[in-house]
Design a protein around this ligand. Structure first.
Ligand code: NAP
Length: 491
């Protein structure tokens, strides 16, 4: 066996997994990363205007707080710097193999280990930890003729920094969180910018300020750093878990919609444009966004909002269903990511015990995973982001919660000399049923989500997010019953 553990992905999930394994005394691991650098989403996404969309104080590890954030919502480059800082400080580089795409993994029942296909080379390990995240595979839109466009096409998740937008006719397709950030930035340089919106997004004010140096030095003092982190967590908790999972009992969406509508009235002059930008679904059905500049961009004389459906992309532009042709030089796709699609969940083919393939298993049995971490029939396989694992708060809360769970399993295996850890089907079933029962208060039940086109839904119509508060998820990670797993030693 080559290693005790393989971690797939060197984004924050993979870095966090590595740091937690080290802390647990498990040093023989290898991190495999497709990209040429660490940081995951923050390595790949470098479009103009990219920034974190929850307060930076909660977008960091609890044990490695960064006192250098320049703003409440730090720009993307600072997140990448923070990832590199963690790798350097904790001396992870020698255990990360970059430019190495994992093509598949197969469990060896005889030897209780994973055989991982790392860019064609087989590497074996007792444990396999998937740290590939939900938002890593860019989604190309299924629009006719897109391959015929003669100009430059750029997906926000793979920004082309050689493309010069100055004075050009630019079109953006997509008005999600990425579109919201990129549109105000490129409106300054583009000669003409046409934004193709299919579904409007709820846009809330961003309470963002620059953090002056004296304030940043306060963040070096533990109580202040802790208070800032708690503040960040509270905002993140309101922004998703409370808004979405407790919609039936808390009036957050009503309040948020009123604030968002007020911002729209205040920032957009033309009432017809305002009407087009106003969503008709309940806030929370799809991820809302925050910006102080997005809506006002539509007041600019060089920016047009187009809501007629796109019929086709031609060699020289976009034609909409009303027969109008929009000539363009550059097409920006802010069209998001493959999320619960079979190509992304799992991110690479995973064959468990007896050769069962995970994507196929989920297709038949619906997305499910015990505590969002493990699946029966897939021994020694753990996920940071699994079905019903993430409750939508800070991603760092998820990473630390899931790693607490995983480390408890590995520690018991060490104590008992076990080589095979597998969640019991009945424990998984119990957890799955509980998650489904807990969905009753969600916005998807209480709000009107018909027009939302939310990427939260999978092909079965399920929404595999964890319908609980962050406190509860954290508590579960330290209290779940280890007997929900079988720990087996070689015969
Ligand atoms: P997204 O939310 O999935 O938005 C994709 C956009 O493209 C939507 O407006 C969608 O319209 C549109 N679209 C897709 N296919 C289309 C088609 N065929 N025709 C017309 N329009 C089409 O993707 P995203 O903006 O990249 O954001 C994804 C997630 O990434 C966010 O929810 C957030 O969690 C994360 N994110 C975070 C940050 C941050 O922290 N700073 C920044 C960016 C993204 P419909 O709505 O009609 O489908």
């Amino acid at each position: 066996m080559d290693h005790e553990a393989i971690i797939v992905g060197a984004g924050f999930s993979g870095i966090g997994a590595a740091l937690r394994l080290d802390r647990a005394g498990i040093h023989d691991y290898l991190v495999l990363e497709e990209g040429g650098g660490v940081g995951g989403a923050w390595y790949w996404n470098t479009y103009p205007g990219i920034a974190v969309d929850i307060p930076s104080f909660s977008y960091q590890f609890s044990f490695e707080k960064n006192p250098n954030w320049s703003r409440v919502y730090a720009p993307g480059a600072e997140l990448k710097d923070y990832a590199e800082h963690c790798v350097a400080k904790y001396r992870l580089a020698s255990r990360i193999r970059l430019n190495t795409k994992v093509l598949g993994a197969r469990y060896d029942d005889d030897l209780d280990l994973w055989r991982v296909n790392a860019a064609g080379e087989e590497i074996t390990a007792r444990y396999l930890i998937s740290a590939t995240g939900l938002l890593s595979k860019p989604r190309m839109p299924d629009i006719d003729g897109i391959g015929d466009f003669a100009g430059t096409v750029i997906h926000t998740a793979r920004w082309d920094h050689n493309a010069d937008l100055t004075g050009k006719r630019v079109a953006v397709i997509g008005t999600g969180a990425s579109g919201l950030q990129v549109i105000p930035e490129i409106a300054d340089t583009a000669g003409k910018l046409t934004v193709f919106q299919r579904t409007p997004i709820w846009c809330l004010p961003k309470i963002d300020v620059r953090l002056p140096v004296p304030l940043r030095s306060l963040l070096r003092v533990k109580p202040f750093a802790t208070a800032a982190r708690l503040f960040g967590h509270a905002i993140a908790e309101i922004q998703f878990p409370l808004l979405v999972h407790y919609n039936g009992v808390l009036p957050i969406s009503t309040l948020g919609q009123a604030i968002s509508k007020a911002q729209l009235r205040w920032q957009v002059r033309d009432p017809r444009v305002r009407a087009k930008l106003r969503p008709d679904y309940t806030l929370g059905c799809k991820r809302p966004s925050i910006s102080n500049t997005y809506l006002a961009t539509f007041n600019r004389p060089n920016v047009a909002l187009e809501t007629a459906p796109i019929e086709t992309v031609t060699a020289h532009g976009v034609r909409t269903a009303d027969g109008v042709s929009h000539p363009i030089d550059i097409l920006v796709l802010a069209t998001g990511f493959k999320t619960w699609d079979p190509e992304n969940m799992p991110a690479f083919p995973v064959h468990g015990s007896d050769g069962v393939e995970l994507g196929g298993w989920w297709k038949v049995n619906r997305h499910q995973a015990y505590e969002g971490v493990s699946v029966p029939g897939f021994p020694n396989y753990f996920m940071i982001f699994g079905p019903y694992g993430y409750n939508g708060t800070s991603y760092f809360q998820l990473i630390e919660t899931q790693m607490r769970h995983i480390v408890r399993c590995l520690a018991r295996a060490r104590r008992t000399g076990s080589t095979r850890i597998e969640v019991k089907p009945e424990a998984n079933e119990r957890y799955f049923r509980t998650m489904l029962q807990r969905q009753g208060k969600q916005v998807f039940q209480h709000g009107d989500c018909t027009g939302a086109r939310s990427y939260y839904y999978d092909a079965n119509g399920d929404i595999p997010f964890r319908p609980t508060t962050s406190l509860e998820t954290a508590w579960r990670s330290v209290t779940f019953d280890l007997d929900d797993y079988t720990f087996a030693a070689p015969a």
